[in-house]
Design a protein around this ligand. Structure first.
Ligand code: SF4
Ligand code: SF4
Length: 461
């Protein structure tokens, strides 16, 4: 099995990964669990959907954990596999493969073959200019679809498509859509790999995360022979200086295939996006000579010492531990998510003594139904049988995602506290719950104030 995998060029494996990522990216926004999305960050509804759970903007305590997982995950991935993201998953690389290799080369014949990315398209005759325009138009259609899929993670498809049919009333969304698509067309057809080399911030930071066991495309100079001096001068330009046993044929196929236009034989370079096209090229050349590729996907230590790649080392283990801890905390906090929001404040008056002598306290309840269904809500006092809810007298109906402000009056059925000289402050626990779904309930602490007996007597005369 392993030998079968080894005979498949990295390019084919990459294309398979691109296909899987594309299918997942397009499908995810359409999958819903309990009416919620797998991932949605809706600025319109101020909601985050994660794995089928909706979090209101006031419940975004998970966000810091997600960001920590994202950044530590990037550090971990880069330390382990270098710029593996760039070559195997980055949308920039995927779109460049679609535009450069599929549209420009295979479909329109603007380049002779995929294996020579250094060769500029020939625009000497008009038909090539027309082909170039056709290529940009074809990619523009793909860019419009891709930017729509990107927006699905912020504006779900069930809202995006109706907006598309009524663009004049959704100008902001339409402007975003067209601007993202326009940028994508400009980036992929004009900026090209210069984005990876000069603009992408990840390219700037990734080299500091590398160590001698990081996996990357490496030229084995002990077999192929040094091609450059430590100062960067090309030794092949002075053939006598080369080791006669060096295996590199200097065919330069690994150089011509490189999308970022570098020579991997010069050593690790910032521009390398780990696409492994050079590994494939040399595998083909050396394969004909019955030898393994001189450019390998390996680590510097593994190449130097001829040992296996060290995946587990202090740095990578530390990242795994941090990721596991943060993930564990996030899952634990996830389990404490409340299905509704309730904020209780007391009115400015401590208490009100009615003409009949009974004592009322007034509260303002601010409800929010964070579920995706309408619900009826009621509430009760859990820890004091001498208090009753006087107002409201019936359930409160709140639409899915809706809010409601309620004045709530709690009344003391009997005298509270035995002090005569000062007001009695009694802690209370209020439970609010959906009468149509027993799973939805929250508890809040507050207090009830009862007047001192001398004050009360004046009203009871
Ligand atoms: S493809 Fe292999 S043999 Fe040809 S130049 Fe590159 S490293 Fe040397
Ligand atoms: S050197 Fe060029 S071809 Fe080789 S992995 Fe890096 S970017 Fe790809």
């Amino acid at each position: 099995m392993q030998s079968l995998i080894n005979t498949i060029f990295y390019r084919k494996r990459r294309y398979l990964v691109y296909f899987i990522i594309t299918v997942i990216a397009i499908s995810l926004p359409f999958i819903r669990i309990n009416g919620n999305h797998i991932f949605l960050l809706s600025f319109d509804h101020m909601e985050l959907h994660l794995l089928g759970t909706a979090f209101n903007v006031q419940q975004l305590y998970l966000m810091p954990f997600l960001l920590i997982i994202l950044f530590v995950g990037i550090f971990f991935m880069t330390t382990l596999g270098g710029r593996v993201w760039c070559g195997w998953s980055c949308p920039q690389t995927i779109f460049r493969v679609i535009y450069r290799d599929f549209i420009e080369t295979t479909l329109l014949g603007l380049r002779k073959k995929i294996s020579n990315k250094q060769e500029k398209p020939k625009y000497t005759i008009i038909s090539n200019d027309v082909k170039k325009i056709i290529g940009i138009l074809i990619f523009s259609v793909i860019a419009l679809m891709a930017s729509a899929v990107f927006l699905f993670y912020f504006v779900p498809p069930e809202e995006f498509f109706p907006a598309l049919l009524d663009p004049l009333n959704h100008m902001v969304l339409m402007t975003f859509w067209l601007c993202i698509a326009g940028f994508l067309v400009f980036d992929i057809t004009f900026i090209a790999e210069n984005f990876c080399v000069y603009i992408c911030p990840y390219a700037r930071v990734q080299s500091v995360l590398y160590d001698d066991d990081t996996i990357m495309a490496i030229y084995d100079s002990s077999r192929g022979g040094a091609i450059y001096t430590p100062e960067g001068e090309k030794i092949l330009q002075a053939p006598k200086k080369r080791d006669p046993n060096a295996e590199c044929t200097n065919c330069e196929k690994c150089v011509r295939v490189c999308p970022t236009h570098i020579d991997i034989r010069k050593g690790m370079q910032l521009e390398c996006i780990n696409c492994l096209e050079c590994v494939d090229a040399c595998t083909e050349v050396m394969g004909k000579l019955g030898r393994p590729s001189l450019v390998q996907w390996s680590s510097p230590n593994s190449i130097d010492t001829k040992t296996k790649i060290k995946y587990f080392r202090a740095k990578t283990i530390a990242y795994i531990v941090v990721l596991a801890i943060v993930f564990g905390i996030m899952v634990a906090m996830w389990g404490k998510k409340e299905q509704m929001l309730l904020n209780i404040t007391r009115s400015s008056e401590l208490y009100e003594i009615r003409s009949s002598g009974v004592v009322d306290n007034e509260y303002v309840f601010l409800f929010q139904n964070t579920d995706n269904k309408d619900h009826n809500y009621s509430f009760k006092i859990l820890d004091n049988n001498d208090l009753i809810i006087k107002q409201p007298t019936s359930d409160i109906r709140i639409k899915a995602g809706g809010k409601s402000k309620q004045i709530v009056i709690i009344r003391a059925k009997a005298a509270l506290g035995d002090n005569t000289s000062k007001d009695a402050i009694t802690p209370i626990t209020i439970q609010a719950y959906a009468t149509d779904d027993p799973k939805i309930n929250v508890e809040r602490k507050s207090f009830f104030v009862y007047p001192e007996k001398n004050v009360l007597k004046k009203y009871q005369k």
